[in-house]
Write a protein that binds this ligand. Structure first.
Ligand code: TXA
Ligand code: MG
Length: 543
């Protein structure tokens, strides 16, 4: 069979795709997550052909794709208020919901289950093809069984050429990992497969959410599985993949030590030049703190490494938080949940703007048995004890020399808080020194047997110390509360406090970069409670 390459942005090609589907054909379509291998979901014979093309075991059910809310009721027994709410919030988009199925869905689509998974994709071409086909479309990811999901049309062609009628080329998929699958048939929504819609977002919408255990660990054959897809060794590259879990700097070094000739490395952008690419291929998959970039690139990277002759793949694990949970889950599956954890201690960064209450979080962590290194304190101590540092600072800022030969910190603070370029010059001197000292203290604490270390660092990302953290807690608080705290703490005017806050990153900065966000509205007990919850969850995901 000749497999046509169609253009996702050409109306005539969309019409052609619809026609092929109406005739019972199989057509690969772009979606915002990954490419899907589509057939008319209401036709058992059409769906049968998907199984043949994929080489997929017949007991793995498929997702049915719809283009409008009216398509939903005929396919399911009922739509609960919770499901309606999630649909309103996240459809069209990368969310799949599992419902009790109606008699209209053929057995073969659901592999005999009495439930059906349904998703309304956002990709305009996916929706146009569904409309042109005039039917809901059953579509698993368009890879041959056991291969990473395709995120580009050429990936689909590589797997499906000659096996299906057509591939609709819509370029690279924006998200890059498959949709979040959430089971809505029980009393509490349950995430069966993590994706771009996070458990946190679902909890915010519904009040409660559960995450299936199979997301975190291997399910053995004896256990009942809620989502049959969980038990297959999906996304598996040809060469065995070993995942190095922990802070990026730590895993990068461990991989460098482990790397032998013919090994491939899959690492974050920052670490590309760390490795000897004479030994084997080195492929990056986004910056260490950019989960969206990692999701977007992971499968293409795995496919690329698959085409090399490498014997092993050594990979840096992504941070399993927020959208990173989906990336972590996919790469964990590719590794068969085989992980190496080089560091003995877990290092948690704590950051946020002035007045957000980082030190309250630090104090809570101490109460919870963590050793906390306070970067401001380290800086103050260094300015008193490190003669080299003092000399360099005084050389740049001679006007802040105190009578005792030390740096007058208050005078220095007044200068740099008024003048951004002065602040930059000071940071260029102090950040490396503070960072060195913090790294030394981490080593000392670890060698003393400490297993949990918190780093309270206002400029964690700016100083690059996020790279030594297993995960980062961002502390955020409403602007008026922060202003009030700074005024009280530092004895400055509200105007000065506002100016200081204006020079710092905003809430979005922390939302985008941090793994865990803690709201601090001033209630110490509530803070302690949410911190305990989040840290327990985070430890479960990192250890
Ligand atoms: O993003 C996606 O979801 C992509 C695009 C094409 O939409 N599709 C996709 O399909 O990833 P597939 O077949 O590769 O994965 C479907 C997942 C499997 O893990 C399967 O077990 C689960 O959804 N699933 C399907 N029907 C189910 C059901 N009735 N109950 C529980 N899990 C179900
Ligand atoms: Mg799949």
């Amino acid at each position: 069979m000749e497999t046509l390459m169609l253009n996702a942005y050409d109306n005539e090609d969309i019409r052609r795709a619809g026609e092929l589907l109406r005739q019972g054909g199989v057509v690969a379509i772009p979606t915002e997550t990954v490419y899907g291998l589509a057939a008319d979901a209401t036709s058992g014979t059409a769906v049968e052909r998907i199984f043949q093309a994929k080489g997929r075991p017949q007991d793995n059910p498929m997702i049915v794709h719809i283009a409008s809310m009216e398509d939903l009721p005929p396919l399911v027994e009922q739509v609960s208020p919770a499901a309606e709410k999630l649909a309103r919030l996240f459809w069209p988009g990368p969310l799949t919901m599992v419902f009790r199925k109606s008699g209209r869905v053929p057995e073969i689509v659901t592999a005999g289950l009495d439930t059906v998974a349904i998703r309304m994709p956002q990709h305009p071409s996916a929706r146009a093809v569904i409309e042109a086909a005039q039917a809901p479309l059953a579509a698993p990811s368009a890879n041959r069984s056991g291969k990473p999901s395709p995120t580009e049309a050429r990936h689909v062609m590589a797997d499906m050429k000659g096996l299906i009628e057509a591939v609709v080329d819509g370029g690279e998929c924006e998200v890059g990992v498959e949709s979040t699958v959430v089971d809505m048939t029980g009393p509490v929504a349950r995430v069966l497969r993590p994706g771009a819609v996070t458990p946190e977002q679902i909890r915010q919408a519904l009040g409660r959410v559960e995450v299936d255990d199979a997301v975190f660990r291997k399910v053995d054959d004896s256990q009942p599985v809620r989502s049959p897809g969980m038990k297959y060794r999906h996304y598996a590259p040809r060469a065995p993949l070993t995942l190095f879990v922990g802070a990026p700097d730590v895993t990068a070094r461990a991989i460098e030590q482990e790397m032998q000739p013919h090994d491939a490395v899959l690492c974050f952008d920052e670490y590309h030049d760390f490795y000897d690419d004479e030994k084997g291929p080195v492929r990056t998959y986004g910056p260490s703190s950019d989960k969206q970039a990692q999701a977007h690139q992971l499968f293409a990277a795995l496919r690329e490494l698959d085409e090399t002759s490498c014997q092993r793949i050594l990979a840096q694990a992504p941070r399993p938080f927020g959208e990173g949970l989906a990336v972590s889950n996919r790469i964990q599956k590719a590794a068969g949940f085989e992980t190496v954890r080089p560091a003995k201690a877990v290092v948690a960064g704590v950051t946020g703007t002035s007045g957000s209450g980082k030190s309250s979080v630090g104090a809570c962590l101490r109460d919870m048995g963590w050793q906390v290194i306070d970067a401001d304190l380290v800086y103050h101590q260094l300015l008193m004890l490190d003669r080299n540092l003092t000399a360099t600072v005084l050389n740049q800022f001679p006007q802040v020399a105190g009578a005792d030969g030390n740096v007058d910190r208050k005078a220095l603070g007044e200068i740099v808080f008024e003048d951004r370029s002065a602040m930059r010059r000071l940071n260029a001197i102090t950040h490396p020194a503070v960072k060195r000292e913090i790294l030394r203290r981490i080593r000392v604490l670890t060698s003393q047997g400490c297993r949990r270390i918190g780093l309270d660092v206002p400029l964690l990302y700016e100083s690059g110390l996020d790279h030594v953290c297993d995960f980062v807690v961002g502390v955020v608080a409403p602007e008026p509360a922060r202003e009030e705290r700074i005024v009280r703490r530092d004895g400055i005017s509200p105007e000065q406090a506002r100016a200081r806050l204006a020079a710092q990153p905003d809430r979005e900065f922390y939302e985008a970069l941090c793994d865990i966000l803690i709201e601090n509205d001033g209630d110490r007990q509530a803070l302690r409670q949410s911190l305990e919850q989040e840290m327990a969850q985070a430890m479960k995901e990192t250890e």
